[in-house]
Design a protein around this ligand. Structure first.
Ligand code: SF4
Length: 273
């Protein structure tokens, strides 16, 4: 799927305060989909960091009263042109923003209050017939439109638990033995590649990989069940932590560990000053 996304949701530091709105569910869509990041305010020529803006009547104004309507319109128009060229299947935007807000936005009083209505870019994209949702409604949107993520459905998880319970095996499943079993299955997955020399691909190995990966996942389900952990929650929490450790602007195309990335960033900052 081709997806246009508010860049701040991907962990890119383009927010008015120089930060981002990294969103775990949005980030989970990055592998396997073609992602087109956009930041309409930056595309319209505004700097980062910048004074925050809100829609006030027919204009967009900064907190200190400057009219930035033209920059917002310019950014929205550029997003529209990009969308016309790229034809994304879905556009996911940051909620509440005067550019990207889809159904709500800040009310123009700079007090944190919300009002019904869209940001400038979201409105233009929707007027032109693009499928737009915001990150807050993304899970519901994906479910409603049958856009299956590459993941385990609740039915599959229930089947794995039922398989165990029909055999009365839960009595043997304690966290220690499940952790051992999980590691053994992971080792069997590794065994698929043993002695394969410089052949790092999966050609001719897929049947075995399917089988071993299924065993690993099955034990993940059983271990999470015994430990009372929700699989979605733990994976999404970890993705959020990893997004903070590996911000896109530091880690893009770079496999260094996060401590090394931070050291490189500090060194670069020192040189720039
Ligand atoms: S304009 Fe949109 S993409 Fe850019 S920082 Fe604001 S909400 Fe994020």
């Amino acid at each position: 799927m081709k997806i246009m996304v508010s860049a701040c949701l991907l962990g890119i530091n383009c927010k008015y305060d120089g930060g981002n709105n990294a969103d775990a569910l949005v980030l989970s869509l990055v592998p396997g989909n073609e992602i087109i990041p956009v930041c309409p305010e930056r595309m319209g020529g505004l700097p980062t960091p910048r004074v925050p803006s809100e829609i006030v009547g027919d204009a967009v104004r900064t907190r200190d009263g400057r009219d930035v309507t033209e920059a917002f319109r310019r950014g929205a128009q550029q997003c529209l042109e990009l969308a016309r060229r790229e034809k994304p299947d879905l556009i996911i935007l940051q909620p509440r923003s005067p550019s990207c807000g889809v159904s709500q936005r800040y009310d123009g009083t700079f007090s944190g209050q919300l009002t019904q209505g869209s940001g400038v870019t979201a409105a233009l994209l929707m007027e032109n017939g693009f499928a737009v949702t915001d990150a807050g409604h993304l899970r519901a949107y994906l479910t409603a439109h049958g856009l299956k993520r590459n993941g385990l459905s609740p039915e599959t998880v229930q089947k794995a638990i039922a398989f165990r319970d029909e055999r009365n095996w839960k009595q043997f499943h304690n966290p220690k033995d499940l952790a051992i079993s999980l590691s053994l299955e992971a080792a069997e997955l590794l065994e698929v590649f043993q002695w394969s020399g410089s052949d790092t691909g999966a050609d001719g190995k897929m049947d075995k990989i399917r089988e071993e990966l299924a065993d690993v996942l099955n034990y993940c389900i059983l271990m999470a069940d015994v430990c009372g952990l929700d699989l979605d929650d733990i994976v999404l929490e970890k993705l959020e932590r990893n997004a903070r450790k590996y911000p896109v602007e530091l880690a893009y195309g770079n496999k260094a560990k996060y401590t090394e990335l931070k050291r490189e960033a500090r060194k670069k900052k020192g040189k720039d000053q």
